[in-house]
Design a protein around this ligand. Structure first.
Ligand code: ADP
Ligand code: ADP
Ligand code: ZN
Length: 211
């Protein structure tokens, strides 16, 4: 099963994508995590995208498309994957259509106001998990439950960068919803509910779609 999960920054895409992938034995793919890995390790790719990622702008499509193409053809993606953070514009969607047949696409809805509030208290881990001081705290303060690494605040989770990322989301990514809606593989859930309730509704939708 190949799934895409959409939603504004802070809506809980990463949280839900990881849960779904783990539950079903699919791979969780976050383009943002892949870019942050390259930045942190100062790879050639990391140097190329630094200025974009640090300021909350989209990285060039050619680079992003290649990363996704490499990733989804890895052996662990054979049984399925959940894509978080891709595609984000029409050019990426068209590229993805050429290399994969997506089974299901869903969006988590949340107001910008609520999203901004959540991101103010987001703590991230290198492994891709994210925590929230109030809504999803780690068992041990500052430490990831899954891998034991120290949690960090993302550089781009500052008000200015968040506003810019939300703007780009509304302008470039939201228009893609209509495309998936037309192809009959579309579902939307209300993200302003507790994490386990959002998860239950997404999982229901997936099972319903699987038939
Ligand atoms: P995204 O990947 O869409 O940017 P995250 O999954 O990183 O969002 O979630 C953003 C922040 O909100 C994190 O701190 C996360 O722990 C928290 N969060 C996720 N889902 C919910 C929810 N349903 N209710 C409250 N907080 C949530
Ligand atoms: P956000 O919370 O802003 O959605 P992500 O963790 O998904 O953050 O991505 C972090 C950064 O990585 C983005 O601001 C952008 O610079 C880059 N990035 C991630 N996915 C893409 C994509 N599909 N196309 C272009 N740039 C991307
Ligand atoms: Zn971790």
């Amino acid at each position: 099963m190949k799934i895409i999960i959409f939603g504004p920054q802070g809506s809980g895409k990463g949280t839900q994508a990881e849960l779904i992938a783990r539950h079903h034995g699919w791979s969780y793919i976050s383009t943002g995590d892949i870019f942050r890995y390259h930045l942190k390790n100062q790879t050639a790719l990391g140097k190329k995208v630094d200025k974009y990622v640090s300021s909350g702008l989209l990285a060039p499509d050619e680079l992003t498309n290649e990363i996704v193409k490499d990733r989804i053809f890895q052996p662990d993606c054979v049984s399925g994957f959940v894509l978080d953070g891709y595609p984000r514009n029409l050019a990426q969607l068209e590229f993805l259509n050429k290399i994969a047949k997506i089974d299901f696409a869903l969006a988590i809805e949340l107001s910008d106001e609520e999203a901004i509030k959540r991101l103010a208290d987001r703590w991230a881990c290198k492994c891709g998990l994210s925590y929230h001081l109030l809504h999803n705290p780690p068992k041990e303060p500052g430490i990831c439950d899954k891998c034991g690494l120290p949690l960090f605040r993302r550089d781009d989770d500052k008000p200015e960068a968040i506003k810019k990322r939300l703007e780009i989301f509304h302008q470039e990514t939201e228009p893609l919803f209509a495309v998936y809606n037309k192809s009959g593989i579309w579902h939307q859930v209300n993200g302003d509910q507790p994490i386990n309730e959002v998860y239950r509704q997404i999982d229901d939708a997936i099972h319903h779609h699987l038939g």
